[in-house]
Design a protein around this ligand. Structure first.
Ligand code: C2O
Ligand code: CU
Ligand code: CU
Length: 506
């Protein structure tokens, strides 16, 4: 009797547990299905293109007695009307949002007088620029609240589309999201003579792409908990303009695309899949234009493209879903997302543009044959080579005037990229294979998707400074802020690395 009752109790308990477990699994599955179906974002077909695209003004400059070109940049708070009549609090350089385009020529000596009127310390880093470490604007060159900083250097590199942005240790994502970023264009003798579209703001346009989410009039920087790359916004801005259109009066337009988003990867193309000519990468012009209909840019990367329009037509620059990546990654880290980024409106009659030149130049690229040393970098969210960033630790010491081969390995389950200060490198191989055309030019940032090994060749020509490090890091700014960054110094042959001040700016 006792036994039978015990068995019945057991059966009842098991059934109850089974039902509870079933309901639990169904609930979790339901929540997951709901998260899954709601996780992708698309603005394709939904954008009204109601606003004329802003073009950042060219920064004015003065020339000193010694010939130095001097720019002024003021970091400030402001308000921006992304939507009519609804001011959003933002930060900018010399204005409410983003900053002017700096422009200088190879061989020129430049100086930038930076003034920080924010109520917190920040810095200004010249992304892609070859310059002395003490002028680099990384976390060791903080500009205190209310303070000044005036770096100077000589432009010693080829024509390129570079950019500038803050780099305060642990706070870069926030400072860039609030609007601190701008372009820095470099010209050289050859680029000035090329028959490429080159009238700034007319047929040669900066296209600074960022993703944002609005909470009323405010920018919302909350992060979806399943997105392990960082903040992913629901809409895109070009040069700070929401829903932008651009009137085009020439047959060929050159777009200098910059992915200034903090975590989002874009796969740019057009709505009708038309092809365009890729003429430049991060650090300058390609040897010759490459024809394609997609170019993928991870945060920090640039591409210069030239696209042909027909009289009277409208075409949309679009970001398409990724070609690579697994299901989870695509769904929760933006790979399935798509955006209508910018509408081009061609005039009824267009000025004729000269045909794209067949040869653009000779990109200065380091050669693998010259490499004297290899280094390996394991890209882990917890820290490159398992070491989270430490301001007081020099991770790598390189000898001035030498060429090295670096292997970048992403064996984890999150997208990363890799950016190196001071140099423009060559991408030698991606998973052992010759890189696609978009990776054959001068690069300072390269995507390293999951399960990928990228080999790059770098040459360190800068002046030696054993005490002041340059950075290398993942340019997904959340990862960088959380410690996915390391420091290297350039020393003279036989010299040892010094000691950086451990708490600069803190
Ligand atoms: Cu664009 Cu270390 O930065
Ligand atoms: Cu940089
Ligand atoms: Cu990363």
């Amino acid at each position: 009797m006792e036994k039978a009752r015990g068995r019945r109790w057991l059966v009842r308990t098991l059934i109850t547990l089974g039902v509870v477990a079933g309901v639990f699994v169904a609930a979790v599955g339901g929540v997951f299905a709901w998260l899954w179906t709601g996780a992708d974002v698309s603005t394709v077909g939904k954008v009204r293109f109601a606003n004329r695209m802003a073009v950042p003004p060219l920064a004015g400059s003065t020339v000193d007695k010694d010939g130095t070109r001097v720019f002024d940049l003021r970091m400030q708070t402001g308000e921006t009307e992304f939507k009519d009549g609804r001011p959003t609090p933002t930060w900018g350089f010399n204005g409410g949002y983003l900053g002017p385009t700096l422009r200088a020529s190879r061989g020129e000596q430049v100086k930038v007088r930076v003034r920080n009127t924010l109520d917190e310390a920040s810095s200004v880093h010249w992304h892609g620029m070859h310059l002395p470490a003490s002028m680099d604007g990384g976390p060791h060159q903080m500009v205190p609240a209310g303070g000044d900083w005036a770096p100077r250097w000589t432009i010693g590199q080829q024509a390129a589309t570079l950019w500038y942005h803050p780099h305060p240790h642990g706070r870069t994502e926030r400072h860039v999201q609030r609007g601190l970023a701008g372009m820095f264009l470099i010209d050289d003798e050859r680029s000035k003579r090329l028959a490429l579209p080159s009238r700034y703001g007319v047929d040669d346009l900066p296209v600074v792409v960022q993703d944002v989410t609005f909470d009323g009039a405010k920018l919302d920087h909350g992060r979806f908990f399943l997105a392990n790359t960082g903040f992913l916004g629901e809409q895109t801005l070009v040069n700070g303009t929401l829903d932008p259109y651009l009137e085009v009066g020439d047959e060929l337009v050159r777009l200098r695309l910059l992915n200034a988003s903090t975590a989002r990867v874009y796969t740019f193309g057009f709505d009708d899949d038309r092809s365009f000519g890729l003429v430049g990468t991060d650090g300058g012009l390609l040897e010759k234009p490459a024809t394609m209909n997609r170019v993928q840019l991870s945060p920090g990367e640039r591409a210069e493209i030239v696209v042909r329009v027909r009289p009277g037509e409208r075409t949309v620059l679009r970001s398409h879903p990724w070609r690579h990546g697994n299901g989870w990654e695509k769904r929760f880290n933006g790979g399935d997302d798509s955006f209508d980024v910018l509408e081009l409106r061609a005039a009824k009659t267009l000025r004729t543009s000269p045909a794209l030149p067949a040869a653009l130049g000779a990109p200065e690229l380091p050669r693998a044959e010259d490499s004297v040393r290899g280094r390996h970098f394991e890209l882990l969210q917890s820290g490159i080579n398992r070491r989270p960033m430490d301001m007081g630790r020099i991770d790598e010491t390189v000898v001035r005037g030498t060429t090295e081969t670096w292997t970048l390995r992403n064996g984890g389950d999150v997208t990363h990229n890799f950016h190196v200060h001071d140099v423009q490198f060559r991408v030698l191989a991606v998973n052992g294979k010759e890189p696609e055309p978009a990776l054959r030019g001068r690069k300072d940032t390269v995507a390293v998707p999951m399960g990928t090994t990228v080999t790059i060749v770098l040459r360190f020509d800068g002046p030696a400074d054993p005490d002041t490090p340059y950075m290398y890091h993942c340019h997904l700014l959340r990862h960088e802020d959380e410690g996915m960054m390391g420091q290297f110094v350039v020393v003279d042959e036989g010299q040892r690395a010094g000691r950086p001040p451990a708490h600069a700016g803190h």
